[in-house]
Design a protein. Sequence first.
Length: 222
Amino acid sequence: MDVNEAKAIVFDLDGTLIDTAPDLCAALNQVLVGMDRRELTLEEVRRMIGDGTPALMERALAGTGGITDLNRAHRTFMQIYEAAPANLSRLYPGVATTLRLLRDSGANLGICTNKPQAATLSVLEAFNIAHYFEAVAGGDMFPFRKPDPRHLLSVIRLLNATISEAAMIGDNENDYAAARSAGVPVILMRYGYLRVPPERLTPDIWLDDFAAIPWALTRLVS
């Protein structure tokens, strides 16, 4: 698969395009302090990210005294987070330039993330990269989400492509599982929020540098 043959390139968001953990951590800690609980460290939060914000809040509660008032805590967390989703977060190096290069090459770009849709759009806009994506599917857009392959397949359909024309780029085990189940080549970034030992996964390519994605696409076998 050449970069010019990749009609649909689907990206995860958190841990792939943007290091969102600092803002997620800040919002979680505001909720926890309000519940008279200890604050989480940034590294603790990094290990909790990946299955959507309800799961993130549940893990935060479980790690600080037990799961109580989960729904109310999650609502409060989302109000805090969506009000300031990009104060502390940052784009990973090379993201904006590489997205522009891929789009200019003729590829259609999409987002497949377990983050809620409204928060996803807010983060993309805050970093001025929303315009690169033809399709954005958050974790509450469909009645299924990663690692369910239907989440990824739905984004590929929105991009008017087939699985033979698509590639998935992510950072953790959910991205890997969704892509493998969908029959789509998968590239994983080593710097993200992986929660399992990397040797348990066998993506088509591991990368340390986002700017290497065009090169990696040329190495994929259709």
